[in-house]
Ligand binder design. Structure first.
Ligand code: MG
Length: 382
């Protein structure tokens, strides 16, 4: 079996999620938006699919010339080849594009063999507990504009079944944000609302100073929070080493720092975090995520997985170490996470009343794709 084509379908849909000037998502007015479906095609007619931020140009210029003619089961060889060509791509073949293509290879193999991806990887569990991950704070009445709003929403999340909640608090472009005291107030209000048995965590401003991060960490220790995530710029590894040394609460990271498994290895060696982190779109796919999981396992530390989605669910289904939670979100009082987007017939991550999400059991990544919708809403290539 050989790869004969890679193509992208760009399609329109109506979105009610807006991005602010800093890239954070919030509920908003209906507007036109676009999404992309990447397809890998083989000479026997087999196909694999993946959704992600990839356009025609990078596929035609960098991916297709490197992968057409290859055996799609040689995932490690293909992935390494693409990684070595990232440098010459002028930034277009970034880790998110790489991940989108790599996920389609896993989907293709699973569909061809009739197995879900986590069983190809070596399964460990078939359901994972989820945490409810909120959007960043806002200034919407009844939204997430006050600590009391967070508390009320947290109560609802616990009723829905979540055993863990993660707050994203207020960030720019909100004029008064970030504010460490407000972050702590929101965390205190949530702890008060949900009681002592819910695992609560905070992902706050990504560029706080050491002093602000230290203050927040000490306050969260008093509130028995489970981890503190990305309070400072992750390019300063030594700042994280300093913070992890000072605090008792576990520091989780890196999430957004470039460098795939090598960066995680450096953070472990430099004791820059207590728990490491990967997400398939952050590091270039499932292959590097499993390298990071095994790196963490070998060092005896936890690895928590960033972001929702099928690829991350399969990584979670194949990992044996602590690193337990699936990030379900982002959630907000004004949005309904349970409704699938129009290009899917059902969501990939339904959650039961006890807060568990099953690892998809269908072949490949397990997405139930609405091809009729996608093909009926294609954006014509200019
Ligand atoms: Mg985060």
């Amino acid at each position: 079996m050989r790869i004969v084509d890679v193509n992208v379908r760009v399609f329109n849909y109506t979105s009610t999620i807006i991005r602010d000037d800093e890239g954070h998502t919030h509920p908003g007015e209906e507007h036109d938006a676009r999404s992309q479906l990447l397809t890998v095609v083989c000479d026997d007619g087999s196909e694999g699919y993946s959704f992600g931020p990839v356009g025609h140009a990078v596929v035609n210029s960098f991916i297709k010339p490197l992968v057409v003619g290859e055996d799609p089961y040689f995932r490690e060889k293909i992935w390494q080849h693409l990684v070595h060509n990232q440098r010459g791509s002028g930034g277009t073949l970034n880790d998110r594009v790489l991940a989108t293509f790599e996920l389609a290879l896993w989907d293709l193999a699973g569909r061809k063999l009739g197995l879900p991806v986590f069983k190809l990887l070596g399964a460990f569990r078939d359901k994972v507990p989820a945490y409810g991950s909120t959007t960043c704070g806002d200034e919407m009445k009844g939204g997430l504009s006050t600590p009391e709003d967070y508390a009320r929403f947290a109560e609802w999340l616990v009723k829905r079944g979540y055993k863990s909640i993660k707050l994203h608090t207020w960030m720019p472009p909100i004029k008064w944000a970030p504010d460490p005291k407000m972050d702590v107030k929101a965390c205190a209000a949530v702890r008060e609302a949900v009681g002592p048995d819910i695992a609560c965590t905070l992902d706050c401003y990504h560029a706080y100073s050491r002093e602000d991060a230290y203050y927040i960490g000490r306050e969260l220790e008093k509130l028995n929070y489970y981890w503190l995530e990305e309070p400072m710029d992750e390019h300063s590894t030594s700042s994280y080493t300093w913070l992890a040394e000072q605090l008792d609460i576990p520091i989780l990271g890196p999430e957004s720092a470039e460098g795939k498994a090598q960066t995680r290895a450096e953070w472990i060696v430099q004791k820059a975090s207590d728990m490491t982190r990967t997400g398939v779109m952050d590091v270039g796919g499932i292959i590097p995520s499993m390298k990071i999981v095994h790196l963490a396992e070998s060092h005896g530390i936890s690895c928590e997985i960033h972001s929702p989605g099928g690829g991350n669910l399969h990584v979670l289904g194949a990992m044996a170490i602590p690193g337990k939670w699936y990030e379900r979100g982002l959630l907000h009082p004004f949005t309904d996470y349970e409704v699938p987007p129009p290009w899917l017939n059902r969501i990939i991550d339904p959650m039961d009343k006890d807060g568990f999400v099953p690892v998809p059991q269908g072949p490949g990544l397990g997405y139930d794709i609405n091809f009729a919708y996608i093909n009926g809403n294609l954006v014509k290539e200019k």
